[in-house]
Design a protein around this ligand. Structure first.
Ligand code: COA
Length: 373
């Protein structure tokens, strides 16, 4: 009975955090007390990363120093490049990042945790490098130099992907999604990272585990699944009919619903606005109307709202990111939240080991092998 009530640990308070509130009255999402809308409107992603990882908004001098530190950490060791080259072209890019982080833990081990914030900053710097070194090696048969001089992580990412600096609108759009994805309290991947950290394991292990959790379509993988859904329809009318049919079939519609939010996901409004701007810029007459049609049916029929992943999908599509790289972008952002939680867990650590309600057979006598049926 108790297990049923807490299925998926819904509503269970599993610890304390200073980092984030989700769905609290009056403020849909906050990072260290700052409203996500203020951060999306006014901050750059590096400021948000600093806020999460270093505990406060940076001064201009601190931000300049931080940007330089991130820029200086984008190079990949030769051994890691070799590993990335060996990972097959048809591997899932989330598996590439999981393996890349794990391998980095071998050649740049964390040691005694005294440099934990440097390890976090290194991962923040080099996750886009890892992903795009592997991607370009297989897609374009080139070995790129990942140490570009772009000031922002968003600019670095798009520069490596497209082999040229992005337009400011595209760079800013990616930057904003990085802010929105950065942190989200005890979501599945962050909780996974805290469980691993609770054993006093290293940051690379905790982040590798978190990437594995984020990969699934019920979590970060939803942005790729949402894009695949949107692309199935060639008009708003077809989408309306198609989603009705899917609901009748009891199919899950990716990019909708949320464990904590009940009436809306605050990140959706920002992503939807960006998607519209980018759709207009691209002269799109299909994907955005299809997205709105899906959103309308989901609300009218199920009172389910688009979550952060739904319009993020078309934002990424319009800025030229291939669909299989959507969820890895989430990693390049959420590394900030994960690492902040890892450090918070360590600061007041207790092994995380809950109990289960046993529902198996009663105590049973041993049966010798020759008497078993
Ligand atoms: N499409 C269709 N129905 C959905 C749905 C969706 N995206 N999300 C929830 N529902 C329905 C469920 O089928 C269930 O219906 P029922 O009560 O008739 O069985 C009800 O709404 C409650 O959903 P449940 O799965 O119990 O909620 P949850 O808190 O366990 O799951 C999610 C939350 C996010 C996993 C779930 O909404 C989902 O799978 N969404 C799609 C994947 C996604 O977008 N993930 C990214 C999250 S940010």
């Amino acid at each position: 009975m108790a297990a049923k009530k807490t299925g998926g640990l819904a509503g269970v308070v599993a610890g304390e955090t200073h980092l984030c509130t989700v769905g609290k009255e009056g403020a849909g999402l906050t990072y260290r007390g700052y409203d996500i809308y203020d951060l999306a409107d006014n901050a750059c992603f590096e400021e948000v990363a600093y806020l999460l990882l270093h505990g406060k908004l940076p001064t201009q001098a601190e931000l300049d120093g931080y940007v330089n530190k991130i820029k200086g950490n984008r190079g990949l060791p030769a051994a890691l490049k070799q590993v990335l080259e060996l990972i097959p072209a048809d591997a899932h890019p989330m598996d590439v990042l999981r393996s890349g982080v794990s391998f980095l833990g071998n050649i740049e081990p964390e040691g005694d945790f005294s440099n934990q914030s440097d390890v976090a900053d290194r991962l923040l710097s080099c996750l886009p490098s890892m992903l795009l070194y592997w991607h370009r090696f297989h897609a374009d048969n080139v070995k790129i130099d990942t140490a570009t001089d772009d000031d922002s992580i968003a600019g670095h990412f798009l520069h490596l992907l497209h082999d040229k600096a992005p337009s400011e609108v595209h760079r800013k759009s990616l930057d904003t999604t990085l802010i929105l994805y950065a942190e989200h309290e005890f979501n599945a991947s962050t909780f996974a990272s805290r469980v691993i950290t609770g054993t006093l394991s290293d940051m690379h292990s905790a982040v590798s585990g978190a990437i594995g959790a984020l990969r699934g379509p019920l979590h970060g993988g939803a942005n790729e699944a949402a894009m695949e859904l949107i692309e199935k329809f060639d008009s708003a009318e077809a989408a309306t009919a198609g989603i009705h049919q899917m609901l009748a079939n009891k199919d899950l519609i990716m990019g909708f619903g949320h464990r904590v939010y009940t009436t809306s996901d605050p990140r959706n409004a920002v992503n939807k606005k960006m998607s519209k701007v980018l759709a207009d810029e691209a002269g799109d007459t299909v994907l955005y109307p299809v997205s709105e049609a899906i959103e309308k049916v989901m609300w009218d029929e199920k009172k389910l709202f688009a979550n952060a992943d739904f319009y993020a999908a078309t934002v990424y599509h319009f800025i030229g990111v291939p669909t299989h790289l959507f969820t890895p972008i989430f990693v390049c952002s959420r590394i900030t939240g994960w690492a902040a939680h890892i450090m918070e867990q360590r600061a007041d650590n207790k092994l995380i080991r809950p109990a289960a309600e046993y529902v198996g057979p009663p105590l049973t006598s041993w049966v010798p092998i020759e008497k078993r049926q």
